[in-house]
Design a protein around this ligand. Structure first.
Ligand code: 3PG
Ligand code: MG
Length: 403
């Protein structure tokens, strides 16, 4: 059994640090969705509250830093973190200062003005090319703002950027409460899951998921595959898939996953039927397929009712369930039936005592739509990060803290 990253890396935890009155630089993942200039989902902000509140209560001077979106190393107003300030103020119940520059004299002045228990948010780190380039000079300029570094950006912990690996090399560092909680839940899946352990993997691209599928086969009892990526698997099985998504250059690797499932005695289930449409559009006419094949000219857009039944049965039997990636084109409500059914079945499983973990922005969006997020044992704030953790990769943001 692989040792968990937390134990293996002996991470220092926030509760072990002397922080009273100190300038504490916190990397958070405030990469939140924005709609018309306002935060449309504050889950990631709420997830960071335990750490921020602990720092407020300890009388630290709190400097929050994050990225938002993928600006290419220069300021882009639509990716400003400014809209976050208002929401954070409401969640914390205290004013939050903002620095429009994340390093340099202006940022230093804003930091100098902080009293114990006060909070400052820095502008988007990715407005500076030094962040993603992990430039030592940029890391140094950030580190200058604090005396202690707290890594609480679980969603960005798989990125080797200045704020995630550069700063902890300079300042005394630890992991915050969100990272601790994420590792605790994901460690259960990696280390010693209650069985049967079922993983449900969906999403559009099989190429994104092959590595984690291979790794999961060493750990799970049952693997359920849905979403656009399922069609490459069905093609590998010689099935007609109509105009459904196909990654031709991945067919052999998909077949290798199926072969490995046999040798590992893992039950690997592909969709047994589908909802199919002529086009991926709101209002497209939907057909239920008869069986695994998708008729010529049609696109598979969701798992079908028979598949929902089979997948639900597997979820009901499970003691640990991990889900990443929607079962269909969930953005269109008519094609979200499969994903909704998985969410509902998992909510029931939690109630029945199973450990249920969901990761990835799209799966979380389905839960949010259904109001079911609270019904899971754990919703991971990191899609890519949780998958890389499951793949067994050593995450740069964690090894930087432990060294
Ligand atoms: C995420 O949203 O997955 C994290 O914030 C990381 O963002 P990135 O994929 O742009 O590095
Ligand atoms: Mg992402």
């Amino acid at each position: 059994m692989e040792e968990s990253q937390k134990t293996a890396l002996k991470l220092k935890r926030l509760q072990e640090m002397a922080i009273a009155g100190k300038r504490v630089l916190v990397r958070v993942d405030f990469n939140v969705p924005l709609k018309n200039g306002a935060v449309s989902d504050d889950s990631r902000l709420r997830a960071a509250l335990p750490t921020i509140k602990h720092l407020i209560d300890s009388g630290s001077k709190i400097i929050l830093m994050s990225h938002l979106g993928r600006p290419k190393g220069k300021p882009e107003p639509k990716y400003s973190l400014l809209p976050v300030v208002k929401v954070l103020e409401r969640l914390l119940g205290i004013p939050v200062a903002f620095s429009a520059e994340c390093v340099g004299p202006k940022a230093e002045k804003a930091v100098a003005a902080l009293k114990g228990g006060q909070v400052l948010l820095l502008e988007n780190l990715r407005f500076d090319p030094g962040e993603e380039g992990n430039e030592p000079s940029f890391a140094k300029a950030l580190a200058k703002l604090g005396e202690v570094f707290v890594e609480d950006a679980f969603g960005a912990i798989h990125r080797a950027h200045a704020s995630t690996v550069g700063v902890p090399k300079i300042l005394p560092s630890c992991v915050g409460f969100l990272v601790q909680k994420e590792l605790e839940f994901l460690d259960r899946v990696i280390g010693n899951p209650a069985r049967p352990f079922v993983a449900i993997i969906g999403g559009a691209k099989v190429s994104d998921k092959l590595a984690v599928l291979n790794k999961l086969l060493d750990r799970v009892d049952t693997l359920l595959i849905g979403g656009g990526m399922a069609y490459t698997f069905l093609a590998a099985q010689g099935m007609t898939i109509g105009k459904s998504l196909l990654e031709k250059d991945r067919v052999a690797e998909a077949q290798a996953v199926i072969d490995k499932s046999y040798s590992k005695k893992v039950t690997c289930l592909l969709p047994a039927d589908h909802l199919a449409a002529q086009e991926i559009n709101v209002g497209s006419e939907i057909q239920e397929t008869q069986g695994m094949a998708v008729p010529e000219g049609l696109i598979g857009v969701d798992i079908g009712p028979h598949t929902i039944e089979i997948f639900t049965e597997e979820i009901e039997k499970a003691k640990t369930i991990f889900w990443n990636g929607p079962m269909g084109v969930f953005e269109i409500p008519a094609f979200a039936q499969g994903s909704r059914a998985i969410a509902v079945a998992m909510a029931k499983a939690t109630k029945a005592g199973a450990v249920t973990i969901v990761g990835g922005g799209d799966s979380l969006a389905v839960l949010a739509q259904e109001g079911l997020a609270e019904k899971m044992s754990h919703c991971s704030t990191g899609g890519g990060a949780s998958l890389e953790l499951l793949e067994g990769k050593v995450l740069p943001g964690l090894s930087a803290i432990s060294s």
